[in-house]
Design a protein around this ligand. Sequence first.
Ligand SMILES: [Zn+2]
Length: 228
Amino acid sequence: MISFVKSILDFILPRTCVSCKNNLDAKEEIICKKCETLIIPAEEDKIKIEFEKKFLSDGIIKDFTARFIFFDKTPIQDLLHELKYNGKFRVGIFIGEEIYETQKEKLLSWDIDFIIPVPLYSLKKAERGYNQSYFIAKGISNKLKVPVAEEFLKRNRHTQSQTKLNIEQRKENMKSAFEVKKQNKLKDKNFLLIDDVITTGATITECARELKNKGAKNVYAVCAALTN
Ligand SMILES: [Zn+2]
């Protein structure tokens, strides 16, 4: 939008930072400059270590990237909370576009055919009304010019909360949680799975396993934030 128009709109209807709630200036989107500096980006070394730790031994996720490191009680928590629970869809688009801008080369080299947000169980989705990861996927899709295709994966059940489970229990917990649809259209295609936060990687690995079992060529993964 032209910044002059934006300035007038901001005067009539001030936009506020999702974290500190101060008014944004015309150049700021979603979050103010001050809060933005408090968000820790995921460095390439950290991403590499996390890939090796979470995905390498399974050999299912071909490659992986992340944008931020998650810390409690910092603006990244506010951003993801507003997206997940308060319907601030624009936050998801903003994060998705950020991911593209900072990881363009990697994303392009993966030669993705479809982007899939990690699905929620249908009852969970009905309760919240939307899947937060869809909007992150949409932000990447806008820039990468690759479609978001939610129809390929369905979540069959809500898996129990994973916070108290160890890695082996988490893997067991996720088994057969996902089901592939439209199998005839995914043969030899490359997929990019999107999640808001990745902790152990068990959820996204199960999604990828299902896709690969049904003929997908390569499956890549991106998350907005990695837990520290
Ligand atoms: Zn702020």
